[in-house]
Ligand binder design. Structure first.
Ligand SMILES: NC(=O)c1ccc[n+]([C@@H]2O[C@H](COP(=O)([O-])OP(=O)(O)OC[C@H]3O[C@@H](n4cnc5c(N)ncnc54)[C@H](O)[C@@H]3O)[C@@H](O)[C@H]2O)c1
Length: 276
């Protein structure tokens, strides 16, 4: 445990079952945090598949699971593409619990993949709006409160795609590299306000999104699903794919005083697959 009892944490995109956000918010709840579970709740816009959306009932179920773990929890819908939604999300945390200590920018879209020469402007905008602008907007409104209260921690869920390139994923890769840039800029600007800002870079995890990516890339490579997955495992130094809990542990550590001298970092959590 990381000594996070009584801290107030907001996790975006945490209302989808088996997602990384769900694992993070459950871990923070188990650590004794008061938590705000948040997700988009419903499909908005033509670019976004309802298959990948954390629905409102799912979000409420995650909040219930946090309460069952003994935490105080509320569920707040937020489309991270909207500044008024992001401001209201942070405001809801402060109204319910009096402050905000931890923001985890986890909401992301990783399924709009197209050959680069056919990449649609609308897909590019959709990915950048969620993955990068969403983190900017939530961080901005969290930082306003964190500055006033004397500090806090922001953790951005980036990706191995923040360090290496992936085919068909120009927008995703650019957004995640950009998220590390946002992390570093925020870290140097907000450090004197007591706000630490870090990123976590997972490799493959078979969440709902990860499953979709396995299907997509195995088809592109002409491999069956399990042969493709075996290839990921075989090239990983620790011999497995990531688990949502691996990311949740890293977030809890980075959010805690155990990481008091760590900021501006983009930490790989990839079993050694990515190491720069
Ligand atoms: N699964 C992996 O292999 C993997 C690897 C590296 C990084 N990541 C990153 O981890 C994060 C979580 O991914 P996941 O695998 O759990 O996928 P997921 O699809 O289960 O979770 C993504 C969440 O973001 C939410 N979301 C999408 N658009 C939103 C919006 N406009 N406003 C608010 N919420 C929105 C979705 O509803 C969903 O709950 C993402 O940022 C993803 O890029 C995942």
């Amino acid at each position: 445990m990381y000594g996070l009892q009584g801290k107030v944490a907001v996790v975006t995109g945490s209302g989808r079952r088996n997602g990384i956000g769900e694992a993070i918010v459950l871990r923070l709840a188990a650590e004794g945090c008061h938590v705000v579970v948040s997700d988009i709740g419903k499909p908005i816009g033509n670019e976004f598949s309802s298959e990948h959306i954390g629905a409102t009932e799912e979000m409420e179920a995650v909040a219930d699971a946090c309460r069952n773990a003994g935490a105080k929890a509320i569920a707040v819908p937020c489309d991270v593409r909207s500044e008024s939604d992001c401001e209201a999300l942070i405001g809801a945390a402060v109204s319910a619990f009096g402050r905000i200590d931890i923001l985890v920018n986890n909401a992301g879209v990783g399924y709009l993949m197209e050959p680069f020469t056919e990449f649609r402007e609308s897909s590019w905008d959709a990915v950048l709006d969620v993955n990068l602008k969403g983190a900017f907007l939530c961080s901005k409104h969290a930082a306003i409160h964190m500055k006033a209260q004397g500090g806090g921690s922001i953790v951005n869920i980036a990706s191995q795609a923040a360090k290496s390139g992936f085919p068909f994923a120009a927008a995703y890769t650019a957004s995640k590299h950009g998220l590390v840039g946002l992390t570093r800029s925020n870290a140097v600007e907000l450090g004197r306000d007591g706000i630490r800002v870090n990123a976590v870079c997972p490799n493959h995890i078979t969440t709902g999104l990860g499953h979709w990516q396995n299907k997509f890339f195995s088809k592109k490579l002409g491999l069956d699903y399990y042969t493709y997955l075996r290839g990921i495992v075989d090239r990983n130094p620790l011999g497995r794919t990531g688990l949502t809990e691996d990311i949740a542990k890293a977030v809890a550590f980075l959010s805690s005083d155990q990481a008091a001298y760590i900021t501006g970092e983009a930490m790989n959590v990839s079993g050694g697959e990515e190491y720069h």
